[in-house]
Design a binder for this molecule. Structure first.
Ligand code: UDP
Length: 240
């Protein structure tokens, strides 16, 4: 792997990529493959903060559409992100990568609380820090959690690894003529309501000048390609 241009990144993985080819839950084999990619990236000297979604287990909004109280459903969604964080921690440690999980909802039997200075120390020591439970409040998503931690930890970029290979002008699943952007600016994403991350996450990245790199993490080796400045992706930054 050629040396990455970033020193410290926040890698956000959507929960659904942990499912592998399943319809629900966690596929340990696929989580292990993802962990292998994270390990390879770390071996280049990169400092890595991780945020993992919970959509493979529970999404608050979907449950509230079926009648649940939204805040209550979101608490459950946040707990799902903790389960995913623990699954990724296990997979990374099985590969010999030291990690710490820090949760925005305190759960001292299974992980640490979020403490920025302590997270800094972990990164100094070469550990991967996995931030769980999003921002720790309902009505948010893990995208906002990722943007918040990226700003707080002064990451050089937020890499969003998901099932699609970038940002399109319309939904590529329903429109075969949808066009992928090589790069697009934050304000266009917000004004055109492009499906990248929720608006609060995009605004937080814009206000803190954190580029967002959207790429598919389902293709093997793609994280390494993206870090080397190659591969298919969309970069969201400020306009020219
Ligand atoms: N969630 C929340 N606050 C947060 C982060 C997450 O309430 O700060 C809840 C919310 O219900 C969300 C669920 O956790 O639907 C799972 O997170 P998300 O949908 O962001 O996961 P992803 O789509 O990335 O898999």
């Amino acid at each position: 792997m050629s040396s990455p241009k970033y020193k410290r990144i926040l890698l956000k993985l959507s929960g659904e990529v942990l499912m592998g080819s399943q319809q629900f839950g966690i596929d340990p084999q696929f989580v292990s493959e993802l962990a292998g990619e994270v390990k390879a990236a770390r071996e280049t000297g990169l400092e890595i903060c991780l945020v993992i979604g919970g959509g493979n287990i529970f999404r608050g909004m979907a449950a509230s559409a079926k009648g649940m109280d939204r805040a209550q459903a979101d608490y459950m969604g946040m707990l799902a992100t903790v389960m995913n964080a623990l699954a990724m921690q296990d997979a990374l440690e099985q590969l010999g990568v030291p990690t710490r999980v820090q949760s925005a909802i305190e759960m001292d039997k299974v992980c640490e609380p979020v403490i920025r200075r302590r997270a800094e120390r972990h990164l100094d020591k070469g550990r991967v820090v996995i931030f769980a439970a999003g921002v720790g409040a309902p009505y948010f998503t893990t995208d906002s959690g990722a943007a918040l931690r990226a700003a707080e930890m002064r990451c050089d970029a937020l890499l969003k690894g998901t099932s699609v290979d970038g940002v399109y002008d319309s939904d590529p699943k329903s429109n075969p003529d949808a066009k992928r952007f090589e790069s697009v600016d934050y304000d266009t994403v917000l004004a055109d309501n492009l499906k990248v991350m929720d608006a609060s996450a995009v605004a937080l990245c814009r206000d803190n000048d954190i580029p967002i790199v959207v790429f598919s993490v389902r293709e093997k080796g793609n994280l390494a390609r993206i870090l080397a400045g190659e591969g298919t992706r969309t970069i969201v930054t400020k306009g020219a």
